[in-house]
Design a protein around this ligand. Structure first.
Ligand SMILES: CC(C)(COP(=O)(O)OP(=O)(O)OC[C@H]1O[C@@H](n2cnc3c(N)ncnc32)[C@H](O)[C@@H]1OP(=O)(O)O)[C@@H](O)C(=O)NCCC(=O)NCCS
Length: 176
């Protein structure tokens, strides 16, 4: 059964340094995301905590989003990685995390409009469905643009292109 965003709300918070190992473990568990170093997740959990979020449900990390605001585009929240533990998927957790994160970042920027960006390989259908659902929920356009190419990501051709999705701008006072 689908869980309402309000039911996840109590477990959603910015990450801290002590979450980095669990974030890395969750990435491994999904089996589809690029696995980065613990050090990278530590940086994101500390210096980029204001633009990231974790779902800490009953003392277990069930999901996270890491993101940042690109210095040349301060009106953008770039979503780097999103993951939900396999057992918790399809219950609305990723949607609740992204809505809460966008709301928090907008509040910290005095309600200024925000555009969400992410790169998604053509083969990642769940990720595409997730971002399309976000755009529909907020009634804003989603556009796709060429961005990182397969040859930039892997000289042996083992990586797909990563085109850029741009969603927004989000103007409403709160997410939703
Ligand atoms: C992608 C992912 C984060 C979605 O998490 P989730 O908590 O299951 O997603 P939600 O339940 O919040 O669903 C949000 C929307 O995405 C859609 N969606 C999620 N997973 C989907 C799937 N496997 N197939 C089709 N649609 C999917 C849902 O239908 C929902 O849209 P709706 O509200 O219109 O019904 C999760 O599947 C995951 O961790 N995948 C592995 C890691 C990955 O691919 N990350 C990249 C994501 S950017």
């Amino acid at each position: 059964m689908r869980t309402g965003a309000h039911e996840w709300a109590a477990g959603l918070r910015p990450p801290r340094g002590s979450d980095a190992l669990a974030i890395r473990e969750l990435v491994t568990e999904t089996g589809v995301l690029d696995l980065n170093s613990t050090y990278a997740y530590l940086l994101l959990s500390t210096d980029f905590a204001q633009t990231s979020i974790v779902a800490d449900i009953d003392g277990r990390l069930q999901g996270f989003i890491t993101g940042y605001q690109p210095p040349p585009r301060p009106d953008v929240l770039f979503v780097w990685q999103v993951a939900v533990a396999p057992a918790a998927q399809r219950a609305g957790l990723a949607a609740a995390m992204l809505d809460a994160l966008v709301e928090r970042v907008r509040a910290e920027n005095n309600g200024a409009p925000l555009t969400v960006e992410a790169t998604v390989s053509p083969g990642n259908t769940s990720s595409r469905a997730f971002f399309s659902a976000f755009a529909r929920r907020h009634g804003v356009p989603l556009t796709e643009h060429p961005h990182f190419t397969a040859d930039q990501l892997d000289p042996d051709g083992a990586h797909e292109d990563e085109p850029l999705l741009r969603i927004g701008p989000l103007h409403s006072p709160t997410a939703g």
